[in-house]
Ligand binder design. Structure first.
Ligand code: AKB
Length: 338
């Protein structure tokens, strides 16, 4: 009998780091990972099988299918927003075709063991696209079904994957020819910018916040690539991991949507600079706006309405802006660079 396992793609990235640590501590399922690169030495011992390769490699996925009974997937592999603008075709291949390949894999896996596979997908606020700053300022908290006109390739990819997931879930039963044929229990959380004390993101547009904090802690100058008044939602990484685990564990019949907003705090870049300077008074943080990256964050909402996630699966972030800095980011980052 094959034992149920959890499969994590893009496991070596920022979210994978925290997620593997938490899943390994729970010891509920064996952990199988897929990433293009080897996991770093601190993570590898927490994993039962580390597969090195691409999610676009169907042969590789077939070998995983043959060997393991995957009943839970965290599909984290993706190219982030700034990087996707430089290589939009590759972004589509990795972000959309990769997800489609994995949804098919999940469908086959579900058929082979007769139960739906829970497929947890980190979507993004990049799925939204507000037309101009005036509209952004007039829109306090965006709801899931509003302003879904993304302006970036990454945003288009995230929205496309949410819709493909919904298709594979056959969630809207009236549209499905055979309602019971859905073998993929797809669940997506639309994440804001995530800030981790332990790892640095790469290729994202919300990266200015973590970059500013880590540079200050390392005693390096930092030129912020967005205007001081730029406001988008953020979340501390531990709350992001909690959200994924809670969403994965939620009872299917309590979920009224396939994609949920999740948010925590929504400071301007200047407010972030102020708290960073309070913690690291010698930090040198200047402003050097990058027109393209500014355009991307200007199209993202200033904040999100996450009441559906709170109501349906009990989402409740532990860290607001003040606590994220005073109880998580500053102490952990100080320790990291000490
Ligand atoms: C990015 O900046 O691309 C990501 C995101 C908000 O999805 N951090």
């Amino acid at each position: 009998m094959r034992k149920p396992v959890v499969l994590i793609t893009g496991a070596g990235g920022e979210i994978g780091h925290g997620l593997i640590e938490r899943l390994a501590a729970r010891r509920e399922r064996a952990i199988v990972t897929i990433d293009l690169a080897r996991l770093d030495a601190t993570m590898a011992p927490n994993v039962d099988r580390e597969v090195t390769g691409s999610i676009l490699d169907r042969g590789l996925l077939e070998r995983v299918l043959a060997e393991f009974e995957v009943d839970l997937i965290f599909h984290l592999a993706a190219l982030l927003s700034t990087r996707s603008e430089f290589t939009p075709v590759t972004a589509h291949q990795v972000n959309v075709e990769g997800t489609l390949t994995l949804l098919e894999f999940a469908q086959h896996e579900g058929e082979s063991h007769g139960r739906p596979v829970t497929f947890v997908y980190p979507s993004s606020v990049a799925a939204y696209g507000l037309p101009d700053l005036e509209t952004k300022r007039a829109t306090a908290k965006v709801k899931e079904d509003e302003w879904l006109q993304p302006t970036t390739m990454y945003g288009c990819n995230k929205l496309a994957c949410e819709l493909m997931g919904r298709y594979y879930a056959r969630y809207y039963k009236q549209l499905a020819a055979e309602p019971s044929s859905g073998r993929v229990d797809f669940r997506a959380a639309r994440f804001p910018g995530l800030i981790s004390a332990m790892t640095m993101p790469s290729g994202g547009t919300s990266d200015y916040a973590p970059e500013m904090i880590h540079a200050a802690a390392r005693g390096e100058p930092y030129a912020c690539f967005v205007r001081p008044d730029t406001r988008i939602p953020f979340m501390a990484m531990p709350d992001g991991i909690d959200a994924l685990l809670q969403l994965a564990a939620a009872r299917r019949d309590t979920l009224r949507r396939t994609a949920y907003n999740v948010g925590a705090f929504s400071p301007t870049a200047d407010e972030i600079r102020t708290v960073v300077l309070e913690a690291f008074p010698r930090a040198e943080i200047t402003w050097q706006t990058d027109r393209k990256r500014q355009g991307i964050v200007d199209s993202w909402p200033a904040d999100v309405d996450d009441s559906a996630a709170r109501r349906d699966w009990g989402f409740a972030p532990r860290y607001d802006f003040a606590r994220a800095f005073s109880e998580y980011l500053i102490p952990m980052i100080r320790k990291r660079y000490a």
